[in-house]
Write a protein that binds this ligand. Structure first.
Ligand code: NAP
Ligand code: COA
Length: 266
């Protein structure tokens, strides 16, 4: 598959009704793919499907399902319906997630479990449930991780634990499914402008400005820049890439690096 041509290919995006995941769904739809998305809210799914249809080829199928990734049976049913509609999945994206900012002592067991259930268990349900429907060989499986997977982040104990687990699933399933010709990778977005994730972590203009300034490239990313990596990973240009956890973050993952510039002055 050329990076610009996904005509007739089948793409399923879990959590695809908004933000980064919808941006990925849009990129594939605009390049000719059949696209199915799933998330909880029927209204959000319907809105996203309408948006995707506006971009898609006239003969492309665009499908939407209301399902909660925490419910393994519900997401398995959505995957099966999508498979009946668009055929073997060439691309599977698992991006549903939940977040809130709270110290560990401010989280109930249910609060912690809720994020583990959506991000980590949900990713397992999506990947495990989709395996039967993936193109073999050839499928590209992508989980959407987060910098919390490797940057210990205060008030994010649930997300740090969940996304670290997501990246381990990427590595283990890349090994288990490699012999079938299925590649499994994680994309780690940096702060992406105009998304719910950033609204929760940087709720004021001052916090937003600080977040953008902390990125070595000096700005927030865009959903299209994350979609570009999903297109690359699913193209013929990435056929030997699997088990990789790939930051697309303007250099944010270098935050623990050291600047010895002060020593130069002496
Ligand atoms: P978002 O717009 O809130 O996207 C989350 C999506 O997941 C929504 O479509 C939501 O739709 C769906 N969802 C949530 N809970 C679900 C559940 N239990 N079952 C099924 N679907 C569910 O947030 P975003 O900021 O674009 O984040 C998207 C992904 O990027 C997440 O994996 C996040 O961790 C990752 N990420 C984001 C950033 C950032 O800068 N925004 C940075 C790093 C990583 P419903 O409400 O309809 O379910
Ligand atoms: N601080 C502490 N605990 C919190 C909290 C906060 N700010 N927000 C929610 N919780 C707790 C709730 O109190 C509840 O636990 P309790 O019943 O013991 O009090 C638990 O989390 C579940 O909350 P609930 O609202 O019932 O869950 P939900 O399944 O309806 O929603 C969330 C899940 C909380 C993650 C919700 O924010 C969501 O749906 N997020 C999706 C969008 C999103 O987060 N996008 C950004 C992706 S990076």
């Amino acid at each position: 598959m050329d990076i610009h041509d996904f005509k007739g290919r089948a793409v399923f995006v879990a959590g695809g009704s908004s933000g980064i995941n919808l941006g990925i769904a849009k990129a594939f739809a605009a390049r000719g793919a059949h696209v199915a998305i799933a998330s909880r809210s029927p209204e959000r799914v319907a809105g996203a499907v309408a948006e995707l249809r506006g971009l898609a080829a006239a003969d492309a199928r665009i499908e939407g399902y209301s399902a909660d990734v925490r419910d393994a049976e519900a997401i398995a049913a959505a995957l099966a319906q999508a498979h009946a509609a668009i055929g073997d999945f060439d691309v599977l994206v698992s991006g549903a997630a939940g977040n809130f900012v709270a110290p560990a002592l401010g989280m109930s067991a249910k609060g912690f479990r809720t994020v583990i259930d959506i991000d980590l268990n949900g990713t397992f349900h999506v990947l495990r449930g989709a395996h039967a429907f993936l193109r073999k060989p050839g499928a590209s499986v992508i989980s959407i991780s987060a910098p919390q997977a490797y940057n210990p982040t205060m008030y994010q104990a649930h997300v740090c634990a969940a996304k670290a687990g997501v990246d381990m699933l990427t590595r283990v399933l890349a090994m288990e499914w490699g012999p079938e010709g299925i590649r499994v990778n994680s994309i780690v977005p940096g702060p992406i402008g105009d998304t719910e994730g950033v609204r929760r972590l940087a709720p004021t203009p001052e916090a937003l400005a600080r977040m953008a300034a902390s990125v070595p490239l000096g700005r927030m990313g865009t959903t299209a820049e994350i979609a570009d990596m999903a297109l690359f990973l699913s193209s013929r240009h990435a056929q030997f890439v699997t088990g990789a956890v790939i930051p697309v973050d303007g250099g944010s993952s270098l935050a623990g690096g050291r600047d010895l510039g002060a020593a130069l002055a002496h």
